[in-house]
Design a protein around this ligand. Structure first.
Ligand SMILES: [Fe+2]
Length: 258
């Protein structure tokens, strides 16, 4: 989507992509519905109040930059959730500061979905690294997240619910589907806006505001240069739940600790 005048990841720390226009139609036709089906039974976020109406799974993988393949990290058995995957953001998510979180893992059939691998490798192809980072594995976090309002007036809310940085050097969001959902507007702003609501910042600090509407509408963030936020969703007028489902991908270098 980055045409003339559009923000780019390299120049602006932010870029939008329409992967339905970039990927082979056959790849999408063959694998999209299977990926979408994974969002039908996402479990509630174990760290979120049920009132937040947030559902998610998470897996992580190791990517060897010189090989361009994903190696999924083995899961951990959990007495309540079955297989889980570890997630840690250090001090970056103020709602879960320095907290080890364990999310129900993404199913192996989804990890092996060629469209998912293509999405992650597309994201990787947008990133850049120093010589030392390129010579070591990269850590890739993959999150399936659904905001869903089954009925009534409530809102479904992302975490954290204000402009923030994530800590991972690069991260990407890919819409899987949005149905009968009002809201879900994305905001990208200057880093000094982290911690604020978009409505409370000076307009000149707002880099972009947009909605992801079509399947595989996407954006990428170079985290050190911008903050970001997504609005809660509410249910629309149709007689079905209001839902917004995304795949988030974060990419972080692994380091040799001596
Ligand atoms: Fe975020």
């Amino acid at each position: 989507m980055a045409g003339q005048g559009e923000p780019s990841l390299t120049a602006d720390g932010f870029e939008r992509f329409s992967l339905s226009e970039k990927f082979e139609p056959e790849l999408i036709d063959t694998w999209y519905e299977g990926l979408k089906a994974e969002f039908a039974d996402l479990p509630a976020d174990p760290y979120g109040d049920p009132e937040l109406r947030r559902y998610r799974r998470h897996s992580s993988a190791v990517l060897l930059p010189w090989e361009r393949r994903l190696h999924w990290v083995p899961k951990i058995d959990h007495p309540e959730y079955g297989e889980v995957a570890h997630y840690f953001q250090g001090g970056y998510n103020p709602e879960h500061q320095d907290e080890d979180r364990y999310f129900p893992a993404i199913a192996a059939r989804a990890e092996n979905n060629p469209l998912l691998e293509r999405i992650v490798l597309f994201d990787f192809a947008q990133t850049w690294w120093g010589r030392q980072e390129r010579s070591l594995p990269l850590h890739v976090g993959v999150h399936f997240i659904k905001l869903a309002v089954a009925d009534g007036e409530g809102a479904a809310v992302s975490s954290p619910n204000f402009l923030h940085q994530d800590g991972e050097p690069f991260h990407f969001a890919h819409l899987v589907y949005k149905q009968n959902a009002v809201g879900g507007t994305n905001y990208v702003a200057d880093v000094q806006c982290a911690g604020a609501q978009p409505a409370d910042i000076s307009p000149e600090l707002l880099v972009a505001t947009f909605d992801l509407e079509q399947p595989l509408d996407s954006y990428g963030i170079h985290d050190e240069r911008v903050s970001h936020h997504v609005d809660p969703i509410r249910r629309g007028d149709e007689p079905c739940p209001g839902e917004r489902a995304v795949i988030l991908v974060d990419i972080t270098p692994l380091v040799k600790a001596v």
